[in-house]
Design a binder for this molecule. Structure first.
Ligand SMILES: Nc1ncnc2c1ncn2[C@@H]1O[C@H](COP(=O)(O)OP(=O)(O)OP(=O)(O)O)[C@@H](O)[C@H]1O
Ligand SMILES: [Mg+2]
Length: 419
């Protein structure tokens, strides 16, 4: 019956996704289905029956008695895809059932609009999620930084109290050992002087026998040796005492618990006392040189700055395998002071250069490094003092950290004048 239609039109209708055409026997068995109808029926390729496939209207509600009768007109849905409906009619024609329908363009557009709305909502939600994610990430970063700072201030407190406590404890015995040493030296002088006088008396007035006895005593007790050696012993002991005093002084100046936060310091003094604290790590492995000629005193948070120096010095020491060197240099540059710490250690690989100041970044084994040292130094230099800290390294040759500090942290606008 389609023979009169042009072949092209026919082929077009066959392929059309908008128009639905089907021809079935009265039993429902389909003898022709356009591509679109097959799609609606779930892409079934073999023989299928409208009786199984038609969901609404149900096939057995179609009255097929009268020839030419319109059996159904309206919306049709199929079992395989009940969400999609088409609009059209089913007629009885020449003993067959002819199904002609088309997709409802308005419905499609409505669905489309709904889908677009949903898409819009989805991308809005996605944006919100991304925003929430970055908010969470920021909070996490802040928390980690706060944690780092807490650990740091805990460490500082503990270290400060420890060093101040140790300094105090050592001070007491030092003073009495020192004063006892002085008394002992006087007493030894007196004993030796008394023996000399006795010896003189006997050599002038004693019998030959007495003089021999005195010589014997002097030899048996090694008095000639003692006379010379006792001087050296006392000198070495007084030197030792001076060194202990210096260490105690360094401990105090390192922790600076007895001073207010901001004070004017001589950087050489700061660095020297920090080096005393770092001495156990440096040992005689690392040759340290200090070149701070012409560096003026600066007003800063001295205890905090010492902590930053210590972290950098310890890192340098840890980067040196075996023997090596650490050169600390300082110079004045306008209103600033610039310090460089150059070590002959392993260096920093280029790929981690921009991570070394991150809190918790460490290349050291678990338990050995917290990865906080440089992030703390960074905070102290930049946030507390308004300075800068940078790193430069050639792997295998060594590393240089450069710190730039304002000469006066208060005038610079960081910190308050308390010292
Ligand atoms: N002078 C240096 N030479 C080579 N690498 C260094 C030097 N200073 C720092 N680094 C690298 O930077 C990383 C981070 O240093 P940072 O001081 O922050 O943490 P850490 O030393 O690993 O641990 P912590 O200081 O808490 O003991 C180190 O693990 C190391 O890889
Ligand atoms: Mg460190």
């Amino acid at each position: 019956m389609f023979a009169t239609w042009g072949e092209e039109i026919w082929a077009f209708l066959q392929r059309s996704t908008a128009v639905v055409i089907g021809l079935a026997r009265p039993s429902g068995e389909l003898i022709y289905a356009s591509d679109s109808l097959r799609q609606l029926m779930g892409g079934a390729a073999g023989p299928v029956s409208l009786a199984d496939e038609l969901l609404a209207p149900a096939f057995d509600t179609l009255h097929q008695d009268v020839e030419g009768e319109l059996l159904f007109s309206g919306r049709m849905t199929f079992a395989a895809n009940s969400l999609r409906s088409v609009v059209g009619e089913i007629r009885r024609k020449q003993g067959h059932l002819l199904l002609l329908a088309a997709y409802d363009v308005e419905e499609l557009m409505a669905v489309n609009t709904e889908v677009m709305q949903l898409n819009g909502e989805i991308s809005k939600l996605q944006r919100e999620i991304a925003l929430e994610h970055s908010r969470l990430q920021r909070t996490l970063d802040e928390l980690r930084e706060t944690q780092a700072m807490l650990i740091h201030s805990e460490k500082m407190n503990a270290l400060g109290q420890l060093t101040a406590g140790v300094a105090h404890e050592i001070n007491n015995p030092i003073s009495f050992v020192n004063s006892n040493l002085h008394s002992m030296r006087q007493m030894v002088d007196q004993v030796l002087g008394a023996f000399n006088e006795l010896e003189m008396l006997i050599s002038q007035n004693g019998s030959a026998e007495q003089q021999a006895m005195v010589r014997d005593i002097r030899q048996r007790y090694d008095l000639d040796f003692i006379r010379g050696d006792v001087v050296d012993l006392f000198r070495a002991s007084f030197d030792g005492m001076t060194r202990v005093r210096k260490i105690v002084e360094s401990l105090r100046s390192f922790s600076r618990l007895d001073e207010s936060d901001v004070n004017v310091v001589d950087l050489r003094e700061s660095l020297e006392s920090t080096l005393v604290i770092a001495q156990p790590s440096l040992g005689d492995r690392v040759a340290v040189t200090l070149d701070l000629d012409g560096v003026p005193p600066i007003r800063c948070y001295a205890a905090q700055l010492n902590q930053a120096f210590l972290n950098i010095i310890i890192n340098a020491s840890q980067a040196i395998d075996g023997h090596g060197s650490l050169a600390i240099r300082g110079r004045q540059d306008g209103d600033d002071v610039v310090l460089t710490f150059t070590d002959s250690g392993a260096g920093i690989p280029a790929e981690i250069m921009d991570k070394v100041f991150d809190p918790f970044f460490t290349t050291k084994p678990v338990g050995q490094g917290t990865g906080l040292g440089l992030s703390i130094a960074y905070k102290i230099v930049t946030e507390l003092h308004g300075g800068t800290i940078t790193v430069d390294s050639s792997p295998g040759r060594g590393t240089t950290f450069t710190i730039r500090l304002p000469q006066d942290v208060v005038r610079h606008g960081n910190g308050s004048a308390t010292g």
